[in-house]
Design a protein around this ligand. Structure first.
Ligand code: C2E
Ligand code: CA
Ligand code: CA
Length: 431
């Protein structure tokens, strides 16, 4: 084999040759049966090297390469990664049996210089011609399946078309988001938060809305996760915060000083040092009454570094801002978040409020969430109040604040202004 086509450590064909051979196979064998391209990854290579040394790691790679090379046309495509071809795939079951046997052989304690090494392997598979008619696409799809296997904790994953669709939707949506930002397709709606006893509006929650000309309204539940994955969330949130605080400034000028403003913030902005600094600069540039500004953190968010986020939240609190834990009760570590983060307000998730009357368990949970919040000196807000019965339940159980479709839907700024005028008028009449 020519030197430029072989991998120095294992002597296996490298990716260039592997590519070329599969291309040739596809071009010159029209009668070709289904075959599989498998991407194999040694998941614990780093640990092996750390525990037994670099040389042992290399020996393990070499040993696996020899085993695979004896059985299949194999290439080493990255340090601990191989690609191989399994011909004549007769059925899915047939492929699965071959793979299980192969993985068992490679994975079971592997002998290397008398050290018993456990090799942790995962595999992603694509099948010709179902998952691609050329080598590049087949390899790309096998790698995509490998990544999915890793995410789902599986050891063998066959590529799925639906998965491809999902990725395409995400890429497409990320493009649309970028365009949407450039073309200013976003707006903010505001959902009033009420004092449940007096029914006075004490604050509003800013909720982003996206009207996409070709697809109509797209829900934030659909585009926020994609904005987070594609890192467009930073730009979007900077826009949201600028817009919401300009509005707050305007309300203050109109005499609506008392109106609190809640803004949702994603974990991404809180976790990035650079973007958090930017956000802090934006927020502090407005000079509004910060004691009436609330930042809401979603309880389900997966905070990688809780202490770091806690420090950043404390920086916001120095301005006077309050912190709310949103969707309380839905995350894995509600109580841990309460303990670690400087929280002032708990927002009980709407799923609890919506089942308080059908489910005794939920009713007890909500009662206790309210009682606990009072005892620990948190302000408590119930969200998603949709019926009179849910409202009555909250009143009976000392819920003080709430929002929900029963009280008011999220509305655009103009509507909110009208509503505030009516409320002011009613209050004046009452006085
Ligand atoms: P969230 O923060 O829990 O916001 C409350 C959601 O509940 C809003 O949905 C609101 O329209 C909806 N809602 C209000 N009252 C009721 C009710 O009585 N019943 C029911 N079933 N739903 C009610 P929306 O606007 O679709 O937002 C969904 C989620 O998207 C928000 O949940 C929040 O996590 C995220 N989101 C929305 N706007 C922003 C934003 O500006 N920034 C960030 N980072 N996330 C946002
Ligand atoms: Ca919220
Ligand atoms: Ca919520």
């Amino acid at each position: 084999m020519k030197k430029e086509y072989s991998d120095i450590l294992t002597g296996l064909p490298n990716l260039i040759l592997f590519h070329k051979m599969i291309d040739d196979l596809i071009t010159h064998s029209p009668e070709l049966d289904r075959f599989a391209i498998v991407c194999l990854s040694i998941e614990n290579l780093r640990e092996i090297k750390e525990a037994f040394g670099y040389k042992t790691g290399e020996k393990a790679i070499k040993g696996i390469a020899d085993y695979l090379d004896n059985a299949y046309f194999t290439s080493r495509i990255a340090e601990g990664r191989f690609a191989l071809l399994i011909p004549d795939i007769k059925s899915k079951k047939y492929l699965e049996n071959i793979m299980e046997e192969l993985m068992d052989k490679v994975r079971t304690a592997y002998s290397c210089d008398k050290e018993q090494l456990y090799i942790s392997m995962i595999a992603g598979i694509s099948i010709y011609p179902v998952h691609g008619s050329d080598t590049a696409v087949l390899l790309q799809n096998a790698e995509a399946a490998l990544n999915l296997a890793k995410e789902n904790g599986e050891d063998i994953q066959i590529y799925k078309d639906a998965f491809q669709e999902d990725v395409m939707t995400q890429v497409h949506m990320a493009n649309m988001l970028q365009n949407g930002l450039d073309r200013q397709e976003f707006t903010l709606y505001y959902q009033p938060e009420f004092d449940l006893r007096t029914l006075e509006i004490i604050g509003v929650e800013a909720l982003v809305r996206w009207y996409q000309p070709e697809n109509g309204f797209i829900s934030p539940e659909d585009f926020i996760p994609i904005a987070e994955k594609s890192r467009l969330i930073y730009k979007l949130e900077q826009w949201i915060v600028n817009k919401a605080l300009s509005q707050k400034l305007q309300w203050e000028k109109e005499g609506l000083h008392h109106l609190e403003l809640s803004i949702n913030m994603s974990s991404k902005t809180l976790e990035s040092e650079r973007y958090f600094d930017k956000m802090e600069n934006i927020i502090s540039s407005y000079n509004v009454d910060y004691s009436k500004v609330i930042i809401e953190l979603t309880e389900t968010m997966n905070l990688a570094n809780l202490d770091c986020v806690a420090d950043r939240l404390k920086r916001l609190k120095k301005l006077g801002i309050k912190i709310a834990l949103d969707d309380f009760g839905t995350g894995f570590s509600s109580l841990n978040h309460l303990r670690t983060l400087p929280i002032d307000i708990i927002k009980i998730d709407k799923s609890f409020i919506q089942s308080v009357l059908d489910n005794n368990k939920e009713a007890i949970i909500v009662k206790n969430m309210i009682a606990m919040s009072h005892e620990l000196d948190y302000r408590v807000v119930a969200e998603g109040i949709e019926t009179q019965e849910q409202y009555d339940f909250l009143i009976q159980n000392c819920g003080e604040r709430g929002q929900g479709f029963l009280l008011c839907m999220p509305i655009p700024e103009e509507k909110l202004s009208e509503l505030m005028k009516i409320c002011k008028y009613n209050k004046e009449i009452a006085v």
